[in-house]
Write a protein that binds this ligand. Structure first.
Ligand SMILES: [Fe+2]
Ligand SMILES: [Fe+2]
Length: 329
């Protein structure tokens, strides 16, 4: 086997040890006309056609410290280095100019290299305090959820080898809680909202185990939907169906603890928790989990965008806009 000096080797040369790594690009504080240079995480991108002469360009997103920006690459050396798709999820050193396209910043990347292979991609992502959130979650479960239901959750997640990932997973690629530990954090926030609702209306008490377990599992299928911040090849089935597939493998265990009706109600929550955006809610318990999910995810998404100074209040003083799109009324 000879040493191939073309293809991947050329696109990803050996690290140049003597050259210090450039700074991480501050993607939050950019403005039109800036030229930027430094390290970013290549989130995702694709080769897409443009015009009608069979030409192609690359469209994608890069991020640093939880701030994500769109980019475009026109034909040239940078295009050639990215076109084999091997750079997704990697740290790259880029040179780019900042433009505005459809009311959003867009980086036009003219240079890209991959010299800094030793830079850890995780430092480009935001993260919750994973240890603290994990402790708060176990405390919550201990105080509010009967042991048999906590054990059922742990046993199923462990036998599916998902417990470790559940702790570190982002809740989303974009949107709400797109940070390390985001899935666990989103789950904990929903459990707390649910507890308040049960306290406010004690008639919910008799279904609390179903509601709590429904929340614990509702987004756990995302662990198999997203890998390294990118949707996997089977993500088209969605995390709602991935978790049904998983729970079906543990049907007997669930029925042993809670009975058959509970099992089907749990599946109904998994399938219907996105409400009218996907399969409609067909049980009252599904609707409640959906409302709690919306309350947390929309609030978090709104505050995240506000933090980035993306949102503005409309001329009517009521509507809230994010980069030209109406977010809330
Ligand atoms: Fe979901
Ligand atoms: Fe959710």
């Amino acid at each position: 086997m000879g040493n191939d000096t073309h293809g991947h080797d050329q696109a990803f040369p050996q690290p140049q040890i003597n050259e210090p790594a450039p700074a991480i690009v501050d993607l939050k504080n950019i403005k039109e006309g800036d030229t930027i240079h430094g390290l970013v995480l290549m989130d995702n991108y694709a080769v897409v056609p443009f015009g009608n002469a069979g030409k192609t360009k690359i469209d994608g997103t890069v991020s640093t410290n939880g701030v994500t920006r769109k980019f475009v690459v026109w034909q040239g050396l940078a295009y050639d280095r990215l076109a084999d798709m091997q750079a997704i999820g990697r740290v790259a050193e880029i040179t780019a100019s900042v433009k505005t396209y459809k009311d959003e910043f867009q980086l036009s990347i003219t240079g890209v290299t991959f010299h800094h292979v030793n830079v850890d991609p995780s430092q480009f992502q935001r993260s919750v305090d994973v240890t603290a959130v994990r402790e708060k979650l176990s405390e919550f479960l201990k105080e509010n959820v009967p042991e048999r239901t906590v054990k059922l959750f742990n046993d199923i997640m462990q036998s599916e080898r998902l417990l470790g990932s559940f702790i570190k997973w982002p809740a989303a690629v974009k949107m709400h809680d797109a940070q390390i530990g985001g899935l666990m954090h989103h789950t904990l926030k929903m459990l707390r909202i649910m507890r308040t609702m049960i306290e406010n209306d004690p008639r919910l008490e008799e279904s609390s185990e179903l509601l709590y377990l429904g929340i614990l599992f509702h987004d756990a299928g995302k662990i198999k939907e997203i890998e390294k911040g990118v949707y996997t090849q089977y993500s088209f089935v969605t995390h709602r169906i991935i978790i049904v597939d998983m729970l079906a493998r543990h049907k007997e265990e669930i029925i042993d603890v809670h009975g058959e009706a509970f099992y089907w109600h749990l599946l109904a929550i998994m399938v219907g928790h996105h409400g009218d955006f996907e399969d409609p809610c067909r049980t009252v318990w599904t609707k409640i989990v959906h409302l709690v999910d919306m309350a947390d995810s929309q609030t978090t998404m709104f505050m995240d965008r506000k933090e980035l100074d993306n949102v503005t209040v409309g001329a009517d003083g009521i509507s809230i806009w994010d980069n030209g799109k109406k977010l809330f009324y």
